[in-house]
Write a protein that binds this ligand. Structure first.
Ligand code: BMA
Length: 337
């Protein structure tokens, strides 16, 4: 694969595992692309919630005629958060389920968050009338869900903070103001809620211009982690160049997705304490740059802090598989001094 310019690299404090931790062939039900996974520690194990686009194959995309039959959200569990993933026998959600609300096209890009011992999912929700963000309550046995709140379109990439802040639930989100910003120039916002259903008091947190390597859009990635210095917050950042043309199985893919890191104020997370001015993670391994469906994409939806200080970052690579990167929390905080 020719190099993509400007060249962007992963910071050396990040260690990527050389192989994906979950791929489509691991699943016990139809799967073409398994990616964009959130992970949480729950009842002594790691629970992964992932996106699976199914119903076509690489050849369909090589001819440019392929399309997926459906998108589902599935669940897997592991003892160590790295390997030995055990998959539920069927997905939690499926876009082709006849019982779905007829307005719903699909739910995807799940983030899983626990607040006061209750599990929630934040999802992107495509409807017949636009793209929304949805919050779902997940049952304790992870077998069922109920959508409790939906944004107006277009909005996506919501993540909840894992605790109430000054008595309120807080979320990051990424509206897509195509008229207001003139083109894809999308930013990260924050809203607050008394009950997870009604959201408001919205504030801009950070504009795309504050991620100097991105020229397109930024968006929340994983639920922030609380540290003494502030909320450690990962985000995705997109740079686009239409001369990049075709790569991967998809017909035309001019964007590159990277991840950035910032610290938000503990008491008022709409205030940015600091942003690292270069990417934290960039697509730079063969599965990320050469081998997948949409090349040059890394898309994190999960971040965990272990007692040892290790931070685990779960990300989709090339919209094709789930990968894991790790770093020491103190190295990440040093970037933000
Ligand atoms: C975004 C979302 C993600 C996807 C990314 C790269 O807009 O659709 O699910 O990983 O694009 O294709």
């Amino acid at each position: 694969m020719p190099k993509v310019y400007p060249e962007l690299t992963t910071h050396p404090c990040i260690k990527k595992r050389s192989e994906p931790i979950v791929t489509a062939k691991d699943l016990p039900y139809p799967a073409s692309l398994v990616f964009n996974a959130g992970v949480i520690k729950y009842n002594g194990e790691y629970v992964m919630v992932f996106r699976d686009d199914y119903g076509t194959d690489q050849h369909g995309y090589e001819t440019g005629t392929g399309h997926f039959v459906g998108t589902c959200v599935g669940i897997a569990r592991s003892k160590n958060g790295v390997d030995g993933w055990v998959f539920d026998p069927s997905p939690l959600m499926d876009s082709t389920d006849p019982d779905n609300d007829p307005e719903l096209n699909r739910l995807y890009d799940p983030r899983i968050i626990m607040i006061n011992n209750k599990l929630y999912l934040c999802l992107a929700m495509d409807t017949k009338h636009g793209i929304c963000g949805a919050i779902a309550e997940l049952s304790d046995d992870l077998k069922s869900y109920k959508i409790i709140s939906t944004t107006v379109p277009d909005n996506r990439n919501m993540v909840l903070f894992p605790e109430l802040i000054n008595g309120e639930f807080v979320r990051l989100e990424r509206p897509m103001p195509v008229y207001g910003r003139g083109c894809d120039r999308f930013d990260i916002w924050l809203s607050r809620s008394p009950d997870l259903v009604y959201w408001g008091n919205s504030r801009l947190v950070i504009g795309v211009e504050h991620a100097p390597w991105a020229n397109d859009k930024i968006g929340p990635a994983a639920a922030p982690i609380k540290t003494e210095k502030g909320w450690l917050t990962l985000f995705h950042a997109v740079d686009r160049d239409d001369t990049r043309g075709k790569n991967g199985w998809d017909g035309f893919w001019p964007k590159r997705y990277t991840a950035g890191i910032m610290l938000l104020d503990l008491d008022d997370p709409s205030k940015v304490v600091s942003v690292y001015k270069k990417p934290l993670i960039a697509p730079d391994t063969p599965i990320e740059t050469d081998e997948g469906y949409r090349q040059n994409v890394i898309f994190p939806c999960g971040m965990l802090l272990e007692d040892s200080g290790e931070v685990k970052i779960y990300y989709g690579a090339s919209d094709t598989c789930v990968c894991l990167a790790t770093a020491d929390v103190n190295d990440l905080l040093k970037l933000l001094e």
